[in-house]
Design a protein around this ligand. Sequence first.
Ligand SMILES: C[S@@+](CC[C@H](N)C(=O)[O-])C[C@H]1O[C@@H](n2cnc3c(N)ncnc32)[C@H](O)[C@@H]1O
Length: 242
Amino acid sequence: MDQHEAYQWLRERLIGPVTGGAARTVATALSADLARLVNRDPPFDPWGWADRIENYRFETGYPDAIFISADGRLVGTWIMGNDYRVKSQFYGGYPATYLERVRALFRDKQRTLHLFSGHVDLEKFPGDTVDISLAAESVHTSGSRHYADDAHTLEDVPLDRYDLVLADPPYSVEDAEHYQTSMVKRNKVLVALARLPAGAHVVWLDQVLPMWRKDTFDLIGVVGIVKSTNHRFRVMNVFRRK
Ligand SMILES: C[S@@+](CC[C@H](N)C(=O)[O-])C[C@H]1O[C@@H](n2cnc3c(N)ncnc32)[C@H](O)[C@@H]1O
């Protein structure tokens, strides 16, 4: 029996098909302990896509629309519907329900960084924030930390402390003009994000698949986002630090 088989064997017997909020929290902790017990390498993800999708269904109740493809990636489409509630009214703000969905997929994460944060709703998804234009106070009322920093370098941001990054850059030159910034060089941002610890996830919403170095990240998910008529399609790209 190799390490992976040992992990699966123990997991099935000790955890099984756990459901319910509190039970899931216990299962997550146990799962991480199990991974350590059988000496998995640190990048090993105690929560695979199957667990994440199960928790997404359990927490949101949205219809089945995300799946594991034959190559192990998360694929699917979220049709958000005709809901224009972007609470902040900020140009390019996350579509209603996006944060709720991503949070349910990554419920196990301990420290989140919102990159290109704009006016992200921290009640819906707590975390620290980074934005170049919003030289806000360095601490939000919620206690989260704000970094007024450039995503191309992230010099002031202690990236090794985060296990999840949500990124929502301007998608085009025209969009960037709205924020009075220059267009983002996506590949440079992903080079900066290589300072994340192994196993950290980057959930990158965009109209383009950013270029990344294959020795630093794996692309492990691609989910299409449809808002409503006359809105642009977007894609949630999910990377995992190797
Ligand atoms: C699409 S908006 C993000 C909106 C956010 N998701 C929300 O729900 O409010 C893009 C943000 O990226 C910021 N931005 C643009 N260039 C940047 C850079 N080089 N570094 C950091 N932030 C940048 C802009 O100031 C803007 O707030």
